[in-house]
Design a protein around this ligand. Structure first.
Ligand SMILES: CCCCCCCC/C=C\CCCCCCCC(=O)SCCNC(=O)CCNC(=O)[C@H](O)C(C)(C)COP(=O)(O)OP(=O)(O)OC[C@H]1O[C@@H](n2cnc3c(N)ncnc32)[C@H](O)[C@@H]1OP(=O)(O)O
Length: 177
């Protein structure tokens, strides 16, 4: 279901269908939304973002990270931004890149440790990040100071660095939302 939604996001973004097709698709989507409505659940029970066994934790908001290496200290993986994430001139939207970094660094920050939340995330855009190209993602925990975890990450198109990030993730106290 989530994979099909991702595919739909990319198709909708890239299409300019005739008016009758637009009407048909809109009706079909409204019907699907109505089919799901009776199955609305609380946050804890939803699939999206809560299924570690599914690509991208089962949520369609950020692109899927395919993990090659993951431990408590570093991550190596691959990520492809579909056409859904197009900003302009075949470059990824500037807001989608921090989304991907927050996902990767945020998950790494909380791997094998008490959960942490993003306090800040600084992103440098070094080169255009291309759409529909498999990119390499690297991330690591740089240092830990008490509740503060400082992480860095980088995104590569081949040997070209397209963006890098530095983030502070603060360990949550018991009961802290
Ligand atoms: C989301 C789920 C998290 C759980 C993970 C579960 C398992 C993982 C699996 C899957 C997860 C999903 C993967 C994606 C995860 C993405 C993470 C996000 O996107 S989180 C959403 C965006 N972030 C917020 O909404 C935070 C909003 N802000 C806050 O809640 C607080 O400000 C918080 C927790 C960040 C800090 O508040 P205080 O009251 O706990 O602590 P204070 O005392 O203010 O700060 C502690 C230390 O940090 C410094 N600090 C805090 N903010 C700073 C900043 N912006 N810049 C510099 N220093 C800062 C302070 O100066 C202090 O340092 P000194 O101890 O004095 O040395």
């Amino acid at each position: 279901m989530i994979e099909a939604l991702r595919s739909l996001q990319a198709r909708v973004t890239g299409a300019a269908p005739p008016p009758e097709t637009v009407t048909d698709v809109a009706e079909a989507l409204e019907k699907l939304a109505a089919t799901l409505e009776p199955f609305t659940v609380g946050e804890r029970d939803q699939i999206a973002g809560h299924r570690g066994d599914l690509p991208g934790r089962g949520q369609a908001m950020s692109p899927v990270l395919h993990v090659d290496e993951w431990d408590g200290a570093h991550v190596l993986g691959r990520i492809t931004f579909s056409r859904f994430y197009l900003g302009g001139n075949w470059a990824v939207h500037g807001g989608a890149i921090p989304l991907a970094f927050d996902e990767v660094l945020g998950r790494l920050a909380s791997t094998g440790r008490t959960a942490a939340r993003t306090a800040y995330l600084h992103v440098n855009y070094r080169k255009i990040t291309p759409i529909e190209v498999e990119l390499r993602v690297e991330a690591k925990v740089d240092r830990v100071e008490g509740r503060k975890r400082f992480l860095t990450g980088a995104l590569y198109d081949g040997e070209h660095l397209t963006a890098d990030a530095e983030g502070l993730f603060v360990e949550l106290r018991p009961g802290q939302p």
